[in-house]
Structures are given as C-alpha cells and as structure tokens.
Design a protein around this ligand. Structure first.
Ligand code: 5GP
Length: 209
C-alpha cells in the first residue's frame, strides 16, 4: 500500500450467515490472508462457551451492562439473537476505520439492516450453506447444542436465508478454501473502487503533468 493508504479511512464490510454456515471460520481465515483487514469484536450477554475467551471471541458482559451500553448509545447496532443480546461498539469500529483498517462485522440479519441504514456505503455479504440438509448436518455435527437449540437455529436459518436479496454479494460456503478465495476477491475488488482509489489515482495523474 502507498503511504497515502495510512491516512485513508477504512471501509466497512458486513458478513451475515445462518448459524452453522461457517462464517466465523471463513472470516478468521480471511483476515489472516488480507492485510489491513480487521474483524470487529462484538459485545454479548451470552455466557462464554468452552474454549471461548473474553476479549478474544467476544467481549462477554452481563445483560445489565449490555443494556446500560444500549441506553448510552454505545452500539452501532445491536440485536437479540436466540434470546441473547449482541452488539457492535460504535467507538471501537470508528477507531479501526479512522486508523485506516478495513473492518468486517460478523453480525446477524437484523444488525446488518441497522448498519445499512446508518452506513449506506458498507459492503454486505451473505454466506449461505450449499443446502438446508447440509446446514442441518453441520449443526448436528457440531453437537455443542441441545436438540431444542438446533431446531431453533434451523427455524431461524429458514427465515434468514430468505433475506439474501438485501445483500450486495452472496458466497456459498461449499468448500472452505474456495469460499475464502471468493470473499477475498470481494474485499480486493471493493478496495479498487473509484471512491477508494481516487486520491491515489489523482497522485499518479499528477506525475504525468
Ligand atoms: P454465536 O452465539 O453462535 O457466537 O452467534 C449467534 C449469532 O449472533 C450469529 O448469527 C452471529 O453472527 C450473531 N452476532 C454475533 N455478534 C453480533 C453482533 O455484534 N451484532 C449482531 N446483530 N449479531 C451478532
């Protein structure tokens, strides 16, 4: 990247997918491969699962603390997902963007709708499993959840996939490496848009004078 890029404001990306579609693994791989791309760390009122760490996977907070943050207007977006509250801290996101990093929010369909209203320039990607039976197989294979939780997640997934038309891009997570490649392609193409490249291009044009 040129020295100009250090002061350029970052771009905002949203990735949504039904639970079990593999979006977290996809986005983790993506940020490993793409420089200057950061994944936002959400706040949640849900308890940490085995193997999850506070400040790494999420900022785990009590429901009361979460509600205080909502009242203080701390969230860019927030939503109730499966009975727990999840939200993106506005100032954390702003800090990353102001530093010139591109930021990916891995959030549900409700949260994506809120961010689209506030930040119409955000690029939105919907990750889909190849089919309902494959999603069901993945959720059951994960086997961390109770049968009731799986049935609930599948019911929500049915509603969520119907929202795919609200998104700019669709990535089918049929095979991890190929799906990461397509996501990376989206990020790199968005970085080449005229709105993003104008200053750098103007600098180049000046060298022709
Ligand atoms: P999980 O509890 O399995 O980590 O996440 C459950 C759902 O909450 C997923 O669909 C995930 O994308 C969504 N989610 C995670 N963080 C946020 C957030 O900050 N905002 C919103 N709206 N959804 C989130």
């Amino acid at each position: 990247m040129s020295s100009d890029a250090a002061v350029r404001r970052g771009q905002l990306f949203i990735v949504s997918a039904p639970s079990g579609a593999g979006k977290t693994t996809l986005v983790e791989r993506l940020v490993e491969q793409v420089p200057h791309l950061r994944m936002s760390r959400s706040y949640t009122s849900r308890p940490a699962r085995d193997g999850e760490t506070n400040g790494v996977d999420y900022n785990f907070v009590t429901r009361q603390r979460f509600e205080t943050m909502v009242a203080a207007g701390d969230f860019l977006e927030w939503a109730d997902v499966f009975g727990n509250l999840y939200g993106t801290c506005a100032s954390d996101t702003e800090r990353l963007l102001a530093d010139g990093s591109d930021v990916v929010l891995v959030i549900d369909v409700q949260g994506a709708r809120q961010v689209r209203q506030l930040r119409p320039g955000a690029t939105t990607v919907f990750v889909m499993p190849p089919s309902f039976p494959i999603l069901e197989q993945r959720l059951r294979g994960r086997s961390k959840d109770s049968e009731a939780a799986i049935v609930r997640r599948l019911a929500v997934a049915r509603e969520e996939v119907a929202s795919f038309t609200e998104y700019d891009y669709i990535v089918v997570n049929d095979e991890l490496t190929a799906a990461v490649d397509r996501l990376r392609g989206i990020i790199l193409a968005e970085r080449c848009r005229i709105d993003c490249m104008r200053r750098e291009a103007e600098g180049i044009v000046k060298t022709f004078c």
